[in-house]
Design a protein around this ligand. Structure first.
Ligand code: S3P
Length: 179
């Protein structure tokens, strides 16, 4: 396995789990949204305001392509990364993918309390928009090598499930190799 990608809807815990997982197994960590913000010197809402969603998607694809050339990275992705088939091909060709899912009401509760500004959930009817986007996208994540429902789990438990599934904590695995 070269890289480990985390996909899933906004609020599914990709960044939190990704960071912890990388620490747990001694891999490096990247988040496509953070990379885009760093490279562009603009926050996500500014990027959407400047060039619309397609401009953001182009930056997202270029960022993913670049990250996919690395090895031994845990990569948390934006919720819409699966909208482009090419992105799915890139992830399939360069590692294993974990889909973090969650029940709709759990996502809604997490997103309400989350300080991150998400342009696609902007406006008055955030809950209705969340429902609509979930309907559109749910099936797009299901090709992943592993799916974990994070609704009733701590981030640490999700990390352990991933480590166990891929044998990342076993002797000979990268996590315990010395020197
Ligand atoms: C998006 C999700 C966001 C971010 C952008 C678009 C989406 O990332 O990439 O606002 O289309 O679902 P998170 O999934 O980390 O919130």
């Amino acid at each position: 396995m070269t890289n480990l990608y985390l996909i899933g809807f906004m609020g599914s815990g990709k960044s939190t789990v990704g960071r912890l997982l990388a620490e747990r197994i001694g891999w490096s960590f990247a988040d496509t949204d953070d990379e885009i913000v760093r490279r562009e010197g603009m926050e996500i809402p500014e990027i959407f305001a400047k060039g619309g969603e397609s401009f953001f998607r182009d930056l997202e694809q270029a960022t993913l392509l670049e990250l996919s050339g690395r090895s031994g990275w845990v990569i948390a992705t934006g919720g819409g990364i699966v909208l482009r088939g090419r992105n799915v091909e890139i992830m399939k060709a360069s590692g294993k993918t974990v889909y973090l899912s969650a029940r709709e009401e759990v996502l809604a509760a997490r997103l309400v309390g989350d300080p991150a500004v998400r342009p696609l959930l902007g406006g008055d009817s955030r809950i209705a928009r969340l429902h609509e986007l979930l309907q559109e996208r749910r099936g797009m994540y299901e090709w992943a090598d592993l799916t974990i429902d994070t609704s009733d789990q701590t981030a640490q438990a999700v990390v352990e499930a991933i480590v166990n599934h891929f044998g990342l904590g076993e002797p000979g695995g990268r996590a315990v190799r010395l020197g």
